[in-house]
Design a protein around this ligand. Structure first.
Ligand SMILES: Cc1ncc(COP(=O)(O)O)c(C=O)c1O
Length: 363
């Protein structure tokens, strides 16, 4: 019998059919026609000025409060180099985005996990941790969190801001999924609530595509200058050609209709995943996100992700190790399911295979 078609629930990648290639081709031509002297040359480490101005207008901030980078993840690395001494405490949600954990560890941070609940970080646990540690910052993903899918409530956002102010740390708000809301009402971004204690990082990797590596940060101008200095010492200037293309794309008004297309493409994929889980694995009580790329679940007692991954690979189902999202151990029964890059048919088939593996391990 032929091997089953592989189904990947490994990384949170956008659907290839979502890439707006034709519009990017127009934007690329315009970028080279209008800005070649700037975008083919070395330039400022803070990025292509027209794109910074475009974002400044969108977020209602001064242009000095905007930095454009190569993807957003490296902003965490630059922040670490600019701010952290070995052993400095940084708080993260538990679980959190695994690549940020790796980056913070590389920077020598002492990473402290604050348990995440369905409506955001456990505030009691945060207050408890603040009695012991003094973090430089708390890395949070308030909207459609990676890996859990959770969104932080308004009340918790306000409490985070109060605690940041009273305990003298800042919130690193990572929000690449924020505009991908399929249902429900948006809560204010942390940076809207408290620009004095928030550094926002985001990117258009999930909206346009990761290939252009377009990311940005918004926040205190002095802090951004320090980040820009590390960026300059790292790569002289960011990929200005990509910045120019993304700028022409955004200035042409292509972004909003693209987001609408993504909502129409991805919302049925989330619905298909949840319907398949309700049918085949209801006992895992999956999270029910209102947007983004991920949902998560807890495997039944006695079944762990390591064994499930090994058995799943044999039936062509590839899964990420749940333990990778936890800063200090745990996650043995945690499973993240990124659903955006799979068709509803493959999602149903993938969940069916997962249920088969879980039930076989239980038997
Ligand atoms: C929460 C979060 N932050 C950052 C990134 C990295 O994105 P970028 O492509 O902008 O570096 C990802 C990618 O999956 C992510 O999920």
């Amino acid at each position: 019998m032929a091997d089953p078609k592989p189904i990947n629930f490994t990384r949170g990648v956008p659907a290839t059919e979502s890439f707006p290639a034709a519009q990017l081709a127009i934007a690329a031509e315009n970028a080279l026609r209008n800005h070649s002297a700037t975008i083919l040359q070395y330039g400022p480490a803070s990025g292509f000025l027209p794109m910074r101005e475009w974002l400044a207008a969108r977020y209602g901030v001064a242009v000095e409060s905007v930095l454009c980078s190569n993807g957003s993840l490296q902003i965490v690395e630059f922040l670490g180099a600019a701010l952290l001494a070995p052993g400095d405490a940084v708080f993260v949600e538990e679980p959190t985005y695994d690549r940020t954990l790796t980056t913070l560890r590389k920077a020598g941070a002492r990473v402290v996990g604050i348990p995440l609940e369905a409506d955001g970080p456990d505030i009691d646990a945060l207050e408890q941790a603040l009695r012991i540690h003094h973090p430089r910052f708390f890395y949070v993903i308030p909207d459609f969190q990676n890996p859990s899918g959770a969104t932080c409530s308004r009340a918790k956002r306000e409490r985070l801001v109060e605690l940041a102010r009273s305990h003298n740390f800042f919130l690193l708000e990572d929000c690449p999924y924020r505009s991908l809301r399929y249902s429900g009402q948006a809560e204010p971004a942390l940076i809207e609530l408290a620009p004095d204690v928030v550094l926002l990082m985001s990117s258009y990797s999930k909206l346009i595509g990761p290939g252009p590596r377009f990311g940005f940060a918004i926040g205190d101008a002095g802090l951004l200058q320090r980040i820009a200095k590390v960026a300059e010492d790292t790569y002289i200037s960011p990929g200005l050609l990509a910045h120019g293309i993304v700028y022409e794309y955004c200035a042409a008004g292509y972004l909003e209709p693209q987001v609408e297309r993504l909502l129409a493409l991805y919302a049925p994929r989330l619905a298909a995943t949840l319907a398949a889980l309700d049918k085949h694995l209801p006992e895992t009580a999956p999270t029910r996100p209102q947007g983004g790329f991920f949902l998560s679940l807890t495997l039944p007692e006695g079944v762990n992700t390591s064994d499930v991954r090994t058995a799943a690979a044999l039936v062509g189902l590839n899964l990420a190790d749940g333990r990778g999202f936890f800063s200090n151990g745990g996650g043995e029964r945690f499973l993240r399911l990124p659903y955006c890059a799979l068709s509803p048919v493959d999602l149903e088939e993938g969940i069916k295979r997962l249920a088969g593996v879980v039930h076989a391990l239980q038997a």
